[in-house]
Ligand binder design. Structure first.
Ligand SMILES: NC(=O)c1ccc[n+]([C@@H]2O[C@H](COP(=O)([O-])OP(=O)(O)OC[C@H]3O[C@@H](n4cnc5c(N)ncnc54)[C@H](OP(=O)(O)O)[C@@H]3O)[C@@H](O)[C@H]2O)c1
Length: 292
């Protein structure tokens, strides 16, 4: 099978498309033939070695990729051959360096959820990690319906899902959108959209920060902040801060498949270095998807 390897820590030039034997079926795992994979900021971090301290036993070369979108290969663990599934591969927790930028992946059944008909592969691939991060991050906010939550990076993957989920939860969402993207973000359910760079409010109950602004000033004293990157912030005011680390949850994921998401481009896996370069440059409207 074809697989994308990170051959050493570095820039996009360290990515190599190569061949490896397909994994054999093993008890407790479901083999999935991937149809589409994504490039996320975390993949860039892993490639560059930013998270190397968290993976001291990682062998190089390794494969990145957190999102699964494909067809089950065998009847196994409650799944049937040919079934369409998506899922989140917990790359750091697994620690094997065998990510989902590969044609066949071995998934634990608890990582997977059936993919409803009518969702194309590219769209499907953009759902698992960022929707689960949004759901689990908002859960950590423990905001009550009617409360006001500020969501940064609402034009991005995690932020776009967070706006929709928070609105569905009955929160008053104030979202920070990239310039030119305000109408899209309003359509996700934000009550108020602020263009990035414009002044933020100063009295929100809670803030979810996929843009990694690490700015607590919009939050009222006694409020709550959830970030997406360690370390957690400390506050001189009485603001509770924590960081979400997304984890697979098939039941939760099943509730998130109908949310809106965007595909910026679909590239063949041969063009993975270009996908990383464009993701690093920012300004995308949606994820770059790799077609297998
Ligand atoms: N902890 C976890 O479990 C977990 C899981 C998934 C992702 N993450 C992290 O979450 C973050 C977001 O991921 P993502 O996939 O949503 O990335 P993304 O799709 O690139 O979205 C980030 C968005 O934030 C915007 N942005 C950047 N700086 C901003 C600022 N100062 N104010 C407002 N908007 C700003 C970006 O705009 P431009 O592109 O125009 O700059 C982009 O639209 C990344 O750091 C990622 O590593 C964490």
């Amino acid at each position: 099978m074809r697989v994308i390897e990170v051959t050493q820590y570095g820039g996009p030039e360290v990515l190599r498309l190569t061949e490896r034997p397909e994994p054999e079926a093993v008890a407790g795992r479901v083999r999935v033939r991937m149809h589409a994979g994504t490039v996320n900021p975390t993949d860039l971090d892993l490639r560059q070695g930013v998270l190397a301290a968290l993976t001291p036993d990682l062998l190089i070369p390794f494969t990145v990729g957190w999102e699964i979108a494909g067809t089950v290969l065998d009847d196994a663990e409650g799944f049937t051959a040919g079934q369409r599934v998506i899922g989140l591969y917990p790359w750091l927790a697994e620690g094997t360096g065998e990510g989902t930028n590969a044609e066949v992946v071995l998934a634990a059944p608890g990582w997977l959820t059936p993919l409803p008909d009518g969702i194309d592969w590219a769209t499907a691939a953009t759902i698992p990690m960022n929707s689960l991060t949004a759901r689990q991050g908002l859960d950590l906010l423990t905001a009550q319906p009617g409360g006001t939550v500020l969501i940064t990076g609402a034009s991005g993957g995690v932020g776009g899902f967070a706006v929709q989920i928070a609105a569905r939860d009955g929160l008053n969402v104030i979202a920070v959108a990239s310039a030119g993207d305000e109408d899209y973000v309003a359509g996700l359910g934000a009550k108020q959209v602020i263009t990035r760079g414009e002044p933020l409010p100063t009295d929100v109950d809670a803030m979810f920060d996929p843009a990694v602004t690490r700015d607590l000033s919009p939050i009222r004293t006694g409020g709550r902040y959830v970030g997406v990157r360690a370390p957690a912030l400390t506050s001189e005011r009485d603001i509770d801060t924590t960081v979400v680390f997304s984890a697979p949850d098939s039941a939760q994921l099943a509730e998130l498949t109908s949310l809106r998401t965007r595909v910026a481009d679909v590239l063949p896996i041969e063009r993975v270095a270009e996908a990383h370069t464009r993701t690093a440059a920012g300004g995308l409207r949606g994820k770059i998807v790799l077609a297998f």
